[in-house]
Design a protein around this ligand. Structure first.
Ligand code: PLP
Length: 423
């Protein structure tokens, strides 16, 4: 599509947008009576208007049924978590029994590494992104130490080529091949939190397996944002949170994928808890852990119903709209954003901003990252004071994520023109 840099054109795109009514399902925060242009859905998604009622339903069930709420009420708590398998399987490209909702992301990353990072004296290395999200860095480092290895020897960080900001797929694959004698695990983000780059998870999964290693992805920035096909890619495990693109509220429950191939594998070490035990005989409370088939067998504790109610409110919206339509609009929004920025950059001789997210639409989702010069933090603050909410990531990046469920093309226009007029 040929874009134009005008508010009339942005309005027209909004009129033509098949998803435009979904914005009404969300609370859009205001500043001075005017709706914010909110671009932080990659950090904390907005609240669906339905969330309160979903949580109140469970509060009511607790109020009226107390302990019997496990088996009574609209959605008995005993089975509550099971409602997530189908909708999340569609979002991450999995079979329903490959998915479970439990705990929080960093906890789940540890649980998965307990099972899938099984270092030996000769095969103990992990490939991660250089500058990975801090929680992932710490999880990997502490797992390596827990197994008695030295992080400096065991952790291999992927670094962009000189003068580049993102990783080239060929370099990732080459690094995997170069370490094939000693590689235990490849553990990358699906979408890099800093640059917004979407990795080629299919090829990375293949290369890891060819090298005799296992592969897992942290999909914090990918779930509900980009197309995923974890089952077909043969990825061993994945984890994600629900409060970013999945709009399920601060600290919301995390999701886990374990490939079917491991569903019944008793050779995998795992940390067990009663909620992962065979459902039919769980309440016999017997000695000797017998896991449920599939991802459900990794559960530890009984379900956190209140955050899960918020998760359900959001996933019901995802069910209605479907990932295909969401991804299509995401590409339009981010393409329009890039077009406007480049058009505005051409008209000035600015040197303050560089788009570091790949321009190739297969390598980006909703988020566009702008590397800034000295003035970056100031620029970010100026946007903020005008009701344009982006986020600032040290040392010098402004992240902007127009998301398809509630952002508009006029939001994008407002951002691109305000940031350029402040340069
Ligand atoms: C947001 C994010 C996290 C957050 O972890 P929590 O355990 O939910 O606090 C972890 N890893 C990545 C890559 C993230 O983007």
């Amino acid at each position: 599509m040929l874009f134009e840099n005008s508010i009339e054109f942005a309005n027209e795109l909004d009129q033509l947008d098949a998803l435009r009514s979904y914005r009404d399902l969300f609370h859009i925060p205001k500043k001075d009576g005017k709706e914010l242009a909110y671009f932080c859905g990659n950090s904390l998604g907005l609240q669906p208007k339905s969330t309160r009622a979903y949580i109140e339903t469970e509060l009511k069930s607790w109020e009226e049924h107390a302990v019997e709420g496990h088996f009574e009420g609209k959605h008995p708590w005993m089975y509550y978590h099971k409602m997530f398998a189908e909708p999340l399987a569609k979002i991450v490209g999995a079979l329903p029994h490959e998915v479970v909702v439990m705990n929080n992301l960093s906890v789940n990353l540890h649980l998965m590494m307990v099972s899938f990072y099984k270092p030996t004296p000769t095969r103990f290395k992990i490939i991660i992104e250089g500058g990975a999200f801090p929680s992932d860095q710490y999880a990997v480092e502490s797992q390596v130490k827990f197994h008695g290895f030295n992080p400096d020897e065991a952790i291999i960080e992927l670094i962009p080529r000189a003068g580049e900001y993102c990783l080239q797929t060929d370099d990732i694959l080459q690094c995997i091949r170069d370490n094939k004698e000693s590689l235990a695990l490849v553990m990358l983000g699906g979408v890099n939190y800093y640059t917004g780059q979407v990795f080629n998870m299919k090829e990375i999964s293949e290369a890891a397996h060819d090298a005799g290693a296992l592969v897992g992805f942290d999909l914090a920035h990918a779930a509900g944002n980009v197309d995923l096909a974890l089952h077909d890619w043969n990825t061993d495990f994945a984890v994600w949170c629900s409060y970013k693109y999945l709009n399920s509220g601060p600290g919301g429950s995390s999701g886990v994928f374990v490939h079917e191939r491991w569903a019944n594998d008793s050779t995998l070490p795992r940390f067990a808890g009663w909620w992962g035990y065979e459902e039919a005989t769980r309440f016999k409370m017997q000695k000797g852990f017998k896991p449920m088939y599939g991802a459900a067998g990794w559960q530890l504790s009984n379900a956190q119903i209140l955050p899960m109610a918020a998760h359900k409110a959001s996933l019901d919206i995802f069910e209605k709209v479907g990932m295909e339509a969401l991804v299509a609009k995401t590409k339009m929004l981010s393409s329009y954003l890039i077009f406007l920025l480049e058009d505005n950059f051409k008209k000035t001789d600015q040197t303050e901003l560089i788009i570091i997210t790949p321009l190739d639409s297969h390598q980006r989702g909703a988020q566009i990252s702008l590397l800034t010069g000295e003035n970056g933090k100031n620029l970010y603050n100026k946007l903020n004071s005008q009701g344009i909410i982006t986020d600032w990531r040290e040392p010098n990046v402004i992240r902007v994520a127009p998301v398809p469920l509630y952002n508009t093309f006029t939001d994008v226009y407002r951002f691109a023109n305000t940031i350029c007029s402040e340069l």
